[in-house]
Design a protein around this ligand. Structure first.
Ligand code: BG6
Length: 589
């Protein structure tokens, strides 16, 4: 999703904005741009492609105030013209979100003589501001946002005022208080190391930011103060530390992520136990990889606590009028805590009387602010767009949460078992050799990940990872379903990766291997079940994992399928950390 950053003060605005845009790159984007106030004029640069393309264009800019934008296209293809900022009559604007009524606004503005230069929804904002401007930018902003429907985090500058004016609705916006200057951005990582304190604007807020201060007005345009909080974003671990990609670095940090998450759970366990008292049903929800973690969390709840549990993608959950009451707990799983569908699903659940438990890697986000309780994932900053260490951290958090629901005896057993897992994940990472299987997958017309129960949930994750970073098509499928359809796709050009980590289901999953082999399909097995290893050793590519409790196996097989996807993408020379079309967290619906 898009990222926006603004600065006004005594510093070099071009340098500061460029640095902020670099720190926003992890969100995923296809274009970047910035606009600066310089001697009463706006200087604007914007390009399709990477942030570094802007650097040579900014080196002669002398300015004390600017706004910047990384664009993840929603309306209008990636192009220089569709990049932000948009400009009209001496006003420049950047936007994160979607203006849902942009078409009618655009028609009205064009009939009023406005000249549009882009295909974006966002450009309507700058023309509305120009139309509403009567010498006071924040007044113009107040009038403008009244006409907007959808979601927006907006920043605007104009040639006749030395300030940045902002507005937010359902798209996060944070103000940063610096020494000799002030900042505003979509999220804390953009402000890492730049300011000590921040304030989080609320829906409906508009504000004017000057070098000397910040004036915030609520949705009734009443002056309001938003609490100052310490800026916890760290810029420290944003280095690659010798790794070719963040994805590899973050995969290697998985043991630390689990260890830290297990440790952090100690601090929330008692409160969670209190919040979950009397819960009779559990719903888990999330998007992408977080949804796959939620699927495993569902099985933990059913198996440990014997409480009915269901799992839905957030995009489905929020439109299905779910059956919820005050004895329902909804676990909202989200690395960023900002994914629009997950946040809105949580908001819906709360409005229907449920307790919402946020399982998230963000210590402060839209989701943590609205949740009844937070179960922290302590994975640390995850820069690669594709989730890895945060997924395994989510599994650890869900494992302990489900154990908490099950009562003290089961909890203490589980807490002991999971404490040993980080070392086993390290052992797994050390012994994993995915090179030959990666080449096989990279040259396949389709790759099908198969598994039963927990292995099926990991199969879905393996398939998503491979698709999102190597662009190799495929699917995650229940092993038992193969013969009911997907088998028709199996041929010599396809590869099936069968996950077998549950001894009790091994023979059934081995049937899937035979079904694929008998159709001439390539097949590999990822397992930690001895019988399966004996049966297939030497006959097909076999990835052996350390033996461990079946409920904790996803923390190992998850790493294995993610590493396989990484290696296959490397074979294909893909842009692994910033795969095409994808964003780290999608704050639009
Ligand atoms: C996608 C990311 O945009 O959003 C995935 O590319 C992620 O990696 C998904 O799993 C959900 O994001 P979050 O922050 O809610 O876990």
């Amino acid at each position: 999703m898009c990222g926006i950053v603004g600065y006004i003060g005594g510093g070099n605005a071009a340098e500061i904005i460029l640095g902020g845009l670099k720190r926003l790159e992890y969100r995923g984007y296809d274009s970047a741009g910035a606009a600066f106030l310089s001697d009463g004029k706006i200087q604007l640069v914007k390009k399709q492609g990477r942030v570094e393309k802007l650097a040579p264009l900014l080196k002669d800019v002398r300015s004390f105030a600017g706004i910047g934008h990384t664009r993840w296209a929603t309306h209008g293809e990636p192009s220089d013209a569709n990049a932000h900022p948009h400009l009209s009559d001496g006003i420049a604007v950047v936007h994160n979100g979607i203006i849902e009524n942009y078409a009618e606004l655009k028609a009205e503005l064009i009939s009023g003589g406005a000249k549009f230069l882009s295909d974006t929804d966002s450009e309507v904002v700058v023309h509305l501001l120009a139309k509403n401007y009567g010498g006071n930018l924040i007044e113009a902003m107040r009038k403008t946002v009244k006409a907007l429907e959808g979601s927006y985090a907006l920043m605007a500058i104009c040639e006749s005022e030395n300030k940045i004016v902002v507005a937010r609705y359902k798209s996060p916006l944070i103000v940063g208080y610096g020494d000799g200057g002030n900042f505003v951005a979509s999220d804390e990582p953009a402000l890492a190391g730049l300011c000590r304190d921040i304030s989080i604007l609320e829906d409906g807020d508009v504000a004017e930011i000057t070098a000397d201060g910040v004036n915030i007005f609520d949705k009734y345009f009443k002056p309001v103060t938003r609490a100052k909080e310490p800026n916890l974003a760290v810029s420290a671990s944003l280095g690659l530390e010798g790794c070719p990609h963040y994805m590899l670095k973050e995969l290697r940090e998985t043991p630390l992520s689990v260890e830290a998450t297990v440790r952090a759970f100690d601090g929330v366990k008692d409160n969670l136990s209190t919040v979950l008292k009397g819960v009779k049903r559990v719903i888990l929800t999330g998007c992408g990889t977080a949804y796959h973690a939620a699927l495993i969390g569902k099985r933990y709840v059913e198996c440990f606590a014997r409480i009915p549990a269901e799992c839905e993608t957030a995009g489905e959950f929020r439109y299905k009028n779910p059956v919820i009451d005050n004895s329902t707990a909804v676990f909202a799983v989200s690395q960023s805590g900002e994914t629009a569908d997950t946040v809105e699903a949580a908001r819906l659940a709360l409005s229907m009387g449920a307790k919402v438990i946020a399982v998230t890697n963000s210590h402060r986000s839209e989701l943590t602010r609205l949740a009844t309780a937070v179960v922290p994932v302590a994975a640390g900053p995850e820069i690669c767009v594709a989730a890895t260490k945060s997924y395994t951290g989510q599994l650890a958090a869900l494992y302990l949460s489900a154990a908490t629901l099950a009562g003290d005896e089961i909890y203490s057993e589980c807490a002991k078992k999971i404490k040993a897992i980080p070392a086993v994940i390290s052992e797994t990472l050390e012994n994993l050799d995915m090179r030959s299987l990666a080449h096989i997958c990279a040259s396949s017309s389709g790759v099908y990940f198969l598994g039963r129960d927990l292995d099926y949930a990991v199969a879905l994750e393996g398939s998503l990872k491979l698709k999102e970073i190597s662009y190799v098509a495929g699917e995650g499928y229940p092993s038992g379903e193969l013969k009911h359809g997907t088998l028709a796709l199996i041929d010599v050009n396809t590869t099936s990766v069968v996950l077998i980590t549950d001894k009790s289901l091994a023979s059934k999953s081995e049937n899937a291997v035979e079904q694929v082999l008998s159709r001439g399909g390539k097949v590999a097995v990822i397992t930690n079940v001895e019988e399966a290893e004996e049966r297939f050793a030497g006959k097909l590519p076999l990835i052996s994992l350390p033996a461990c409790d079946k409920f904790l196996s996803p923390l190992l097989s998850g790493v294995a399928v993610q590493m396989l996807a990484y290696k296959a993408a490397a074979v294909l020379g893909r842009e692994i950390d910033k795969p095409r079309n994808l964003a780290k967290s999608v704050t639009v619906e």
